[in-house]
Design a protein around this ligand. Structure first.
Ligand SMILES: C[S@@+](CC[C@H](N)C(=O)[O-])C[C@H]1O[C@@H](n2cnc3c(N)ncnc32)[C@H](O)[C@@H]1O
Length: 326
């Protein structure tokens, strides 16, 4: 049996659960009939090993028959899961299933508590968040050591990260560590903040009448320092730029873009806590955005480009239809 859907080479699936009406999963009493599903992963043979496969697969199938497969995860495997940008229900169905099944959950900062409540009651939860400029944060090496150690103990590990794990989330680095250590892993994508926060603010990330490209950029480094390697002229030519982690350096970012040729009247918005009840959206022209958004604290994304105008347009149309202004 071949696992067609898996990114890992040679993987097949057994089903040992059923979905409940509330979306949670329950392990079935007669699990593990082998059929295409997505619960328990078993290495499958390459053509070279096909003859040996009936023998090699016995331990895995025996485990599955004893009900060892729990929900949608495999013992000894690490899942780099995107939790989405804020609101707990913006996680993907796949991400939620992994979270609900894993033995251990390693969580970042910015994960909604309601989402963490979805973990198995007996799952170990380790909070390894990093915030802002890493003051009081868990060192990346300790996080790497933790998930490698836990996976080697045979645990299924859900590494839950805000937004998408591989968009300014070190998911790529963590995947490298896992691959180098020989630990099987899966990357479960998430809704990144540029997508989630802009949607929540009613700003379309792209619009056909505005331009054909968008760039996601970090605003973490001081634009006037050597750590910042942005090509400001290139950024200024693009129709839409979304900056992550840019609140601290917003004034300098706006100044650099203007110096690089972006008109000072270009619309800009700062979206704080996008998709959460406490969401704040501030809009202004590029030249004024840093002053107007002076009270904003992270987490926030900054979007610069003509797409920002569609927020007012959409809100105006909604108000015209409903008589209610946002
Ligand atoms: C370390 S980066 C992680 C990005 C994340 N991996 C993603 O894909 O969204 C943290 C930054 O994401 C952005 N961010 C995360 N959640 C957000 C939210 N709910 N609203 C606005 N920005 C958010 C902010 O720029 C924050 O400083």
């Amino acid at each position: 049996m071949r696992g067609e859907r898996a990114e890992l080479p040679g993987v097949c699936h057994l089903r040992g659960h059923r979905a409940m009406s509330d979306g949670r999963l329950r392990t079935t009493s007669k699990p593990n009939k082998i059929k295409a599903g997505n619960t328990f992963f078993v290495p499958t043979p390459s053509s070279a090993h096909r003859l040996l496969w009936p023998i090699l697969s016995i331990p895995f199938l025996a485990l599955a028959d004893r009900g060892v497969a729990v929900g949608h995860v495999v013992p000894g495997m690490v899942y780099l899961v995107g939790a989405g940008p804020g609101s707990a229900d913006l996680i993907t169905v796949r991400g939620l299933r992994v979270l609900q099944s894993a033995d251990v959950v390693l969580t970042d900062a910015l994960i909604a508590p309601e989402l963490l409540a979805e973990a198995r009651p007996d799952a170990e939860q380790l909070h390894v968040g990093k915030r802002g400029y890493c003051v009081g944060s868990t060192k990346q090496e300790s996080i790497n050591d933790a998930f490698v150690r836990l996976a080697r103990q045979g645990k299924s590990v859900c590494r839950l990260k805000c937004g998408d794990p591989c968009v300014f989330g070190r998911g790529g680095e963590e995947a490298e560590v896992l691959a180098a250590a020989g630990i099987p892993f899966e990357i479960v994508p998430g809704v990144t903040a540029a997508v989630g926060a802009l949607a929540a603010a009613k700003i379309p990330l792209t619009h056909r009448s505005v331009g054909p490209a968008v760039v996601l950029a970090t605003g973490h480094h001081d634009p006037d320092s050597d750590d910042c390697t942005h090509d400001w002229e290139a950024l200024a030519r693009l129709p839409v730029v979304v900056f992550y982690m840019a609140v601290r350096h917003l004034a300098a970012i706006a100044r650099r873009l203007e110096s690089a040729g972006l008109p000072p009247g270009t619309p800009a918005a700062v979206i704080q806590s996008g998709s959460l009840p406490e969401q704040v959206v501030v809009t202004a022209e590029l030249a004024a955005i840093a002053d107007v958004a002076a009270g904003v604290v992270g987490p926030a994304v900054v979007v610069i480009g003509e797409v920002v105008r569609y927020r007012e347009r959409l809100l105006g149309l909604v108000a015209a239809q409903t008589g209610v202004s946002a």
